[in-house]
Design a protein around this ligand. Structure first.
Ligand SMILES: NC(=O)c1ccc[n+]([C@@H]2O[C@H](COP(=O)([O-])OP(=O)(O)OC[C@H]3O[C@@H](n4cnc5c(N)ncnc54)[C@H](OP(=O)(O)O)[C@@H]3O)[C@@H](O)[C@H]2O)c1
Length: 192
């Protein structure tokens, strides 16, 4: 059984935690006012927070991230303009996080699936599929197995470098939903 600590108690934290718990994983949560104080009990830590909150969380826990699998779910948009990402061109939030916690194995996941589609397990009429990127095959396999056990599809989308493309997909999907061209219960699905 994989043990998860989810930092954040918002929409995505609950949707992700629901899937993982349904699959039999142990899930604990760290609320905003517990950051740095509540232990990172899980082998896998999910950062279910806005991208601008990540730095302060990394600083609060420091080397407590060593040896952990860390899942970055963020879409690092400029939410003032909805017209760009705030990470360096060609890079990704995930790559930036990996540099800051080099002794953790950082994965990108869940950024291309709206919360409602994790809860319903459907994107429109299609099954929901989580795309997972990172450099550790073992970490990706464990996360994918935990997601699938919860009844949601998951695919290994490649190395940490693919986080850049996943963030581009998340960016495009988010702008479509914000402009009401896609419902929050829909989005991009994987047909296979
Ligand atoms: N919603 C989606 O469908 C969706 C889909 C894909 C990816 N994402 C990504 O998922 C992440 C979470 O989104 P969400 O929709 O779940 O947002 P949300 O409902 O607003 O939840 C955000 C959570 O982060 C906490 N938080 C905010 N600032 C923090 C800080 N400085 N330190 C610690 N915790 C902090 C919030 O605590 P308080 O409530 O106490 O402020 C809340 O628990 C974002 O990066 C977003 O881009 C969202």
């Amino acid at each position: 059984m994989t043990t998860f600590t989810i930092i954040g108690t918002g929409t995505m934290a609950n949707a992700i935690g629901g899937v993982l718990a349904e699959g039999g994983s142990s899930v604990s949560y760290v609320a905003k006012d517990q950051v740095g104080e509540a232990p990172l009990a899980g082998d896998v830590v999910v950062l279910a927070v806005p991208f601008p909150a990540v730095d302060s969380i990394l600083a609060a826990y420091g080397d407590a991230f060593d040896g952990k699998v860390v899942v970055d779910i963020t879409n690092p948009l400029d939410f003032e303009t909805f017209d760009s990402l705030v990470v360096p061109a060609g890079s990704s939030a995930t790559a930036e996080i990996q540099v800051k916690i080099p002794h953790a194995r950082v994965l990108k996941a869940f950024n291309t699936t709206f919360a409602a589609t994790l809860a319903s397990k459907k994107v429109g009429d299609a099954p929901t599929t989580v795309l997972v990127a990172g450099d550790s095959s073992d970490a990706k396999s464990a996360l994918i197995a935990a997601i699938e056990a919860g009844g949601v599809g998951a695919i290994d989308a490649g190395s940490l470098a693919r986080a850049h493309e996943l963030e581009a997909i998340g960016f495009a999907q988010l702008t479509l939903a914000v402009s009401e061209k896609l419902p929050w219960t829909g989005g991009f699905a994987v047909a296979r």
